[in-house]
Design a protein around this ligand. Structure first.
Ligand SMILES: Nc1ncnc2c1ncn2[C@@H]1O[C@H](COP(=O)(O)OP(=O)(O)O)[C@@H](O)[C@H]1O
Ligand SMILES: [Mg+2]
Length: 392
């Protein structure tokens, strides 16, 4: 049986904009997304902000109802049988909420174990196991307020695993985590998958996806644009080469100029502190150093390297193709230009409109309380996996 089956999943958000003359606007956040995840697989959803990754995860973990389409987790329909689904899943959303800062990690885990119905006799052993798994053993008596971002994130993962879910959803686990901590986090996730847990991860760090994921789906504008192993996605840009240029102050006009050079297949720029990393994808064999540098005339340029395409390059190519296709066809798209901005920031978003009507999503803002609105995996019951444990 498949761990996750998503079949033509759609989700449209309706919200009101305008104050004097409110209008209803619709955002098609997820548009007919179909994919499967096998048991024990580590599957990645990749895509830019606003692509629909979080919305997809929230439909799979029963926090949001699909507008149409179906999804199943180990055969249980998310809309018809959410209780059965919740027993099998855990989730971790990126961000800082969801833990009690003034308690120790140990007390946080005890609290959530209680909340999730982990049997009292099994709690201690389970918590010890998890502290070990996430590399926090020895630090569990410290208050969480002193924890680094990476330690918090690993504690979140431990929390998400208390009830031994078969599927763990990790939404942008490494956002804001420093590189060393992110490496530890990746090791934790890899260990988890190696131990048989199915993991659905969203990220926009390509190197992370490349290292961790068995398969990835690239999502933009609510649609899957490519799906396969990282290797198979890279082979899409196999006939290309990449020029990477350290630069300072490259704007959209320069990028356009570079894109018009014959033999250039794409150009993108990423801010890296004070510098920029400019990546230019070219046809393999085309010698484009000179024309590209000429197009950058007047811009301060640092190191220039040419290299083989990476998953990130494949991703950029896929996203650019999708954007081009969208711009060419399909008529007017709704604009998100005035939207709530990057990432999850709609938490502070459109006010008391109906957009939060979908219930106890973690975006619900409450008093300084972790997102324990999550009902947890099922109350105690004979079929609850936690209760099958034989205490030591
Ligand atoms: N609660 C909401 N109300 C209205 N629009 C939303 C809400 N949540 C997300 N959206 C919109 O849906 C689209 C997809 O968002 P999301 O699933 O959060 O993308 P991602 O996780 O890939 O960044 C975006 O255009 C976003 O602005
Ligand atoms: Mg998101």
């Amino acid at each position: 049986m498949l761990a996750i089956e998503a079949d033509a999943l759609r989700r449209t958000y309706t919200h009101r904009t305008g104050w004097l003359r409110p209008r209803r606007t619709e955002t098609e956040a997820v548009r007919a997304v179909t994919f499967d995840v096998a048991p024990g697989e580590l599957f990645g959803l990749l895509g830019p902000n606003g692509a629909g990754k979080t919305t997809t995860i929230k439909m799979l973990n029963t926090l949001l109802l699909p507008t149409s389409g179906t999804a199943r987790v180990f055969g249980h329909d998310v809309a018809r049988d959410p209780v059965a689904v919740r027993k099998r899943i855990g989730y971790v959303f990126g961000g800082d909420r969801g833990l009690y800062d003034r308690l120790s990690a140990l007390d946080n885990l005890r609290y959530f174990a209680e909340l999730y119905g982990v049997e009292a006799r099994a709690q201690r052993r389970r918590i010890t196991e998890l502290l070990d798994l996430v590399g926090l053993a020895g630090r569990e008596r410290e208050r969480v307020e002193g924890y680094s971002r990476g330690m918090r994130q690993r504690l979140h993962i431990a929390r998400g695993l208390l009830h031994r879910p078969d599927v763990l959803f990790l939404d942008e686990p490494s956002v804001g985590v420093d590189p060393v901590a992110a490496r530890d986090l990746r090791r934790t996730v890899a260990d988890l998958a190696a131990a048989g847990t199915t993991v659905l991860l969203t990220t926009h760090y390509m190197a992370e996806a490349d290292e961790l994921c068995d398969r990835v789906a690239v999502v933009t504008g609510g649609r899957i644009r490519a799906l396969g192993t990282p290797e198979s996605l890279k082979s899409r840009v196999g006939e290309r080469a990449v020029l990477e240029i350290e630069a300072y102050g490259v704007g959209e006009d320069r990028l356009e100029r570079i894109r018009r050079i014959p033999g250039v297949r794409g150009a993108a720029v990423e801010e890296r502190g004070t510098a920029q990393a400019l990546t230019v994808q070219t046809d393999r064999g085309a010698e484009l150093h000179a024309p590209v540098l000429a197009a950058l005339d007047g811009v301060r340029v640092g190191r220039v390297v040419s290299r083989e395409p990476s998953l990130e390059d494949a991703y950029i190519a896929i996203v650019e193709d999708a954007e081009r296709a969208e711009a060419d066809g399909a008529g007017p798209e709704e604009s998100h230009a005035d939207g709530p901005g990057p990432g999850e920031s709609h938490a502070d978003g459109p006010g008391p409109g109906e957009s939060h009507a979908d219930g106890p999503g973690p975006e619900r803002r409450g008093p300084a309380r972790p997102d324990s609105a999550w009902p947890g995996p099922a109350p105690r019951g004979p079929e609850h996996p936690g209760t099958q444990e034989v205490p030591a």
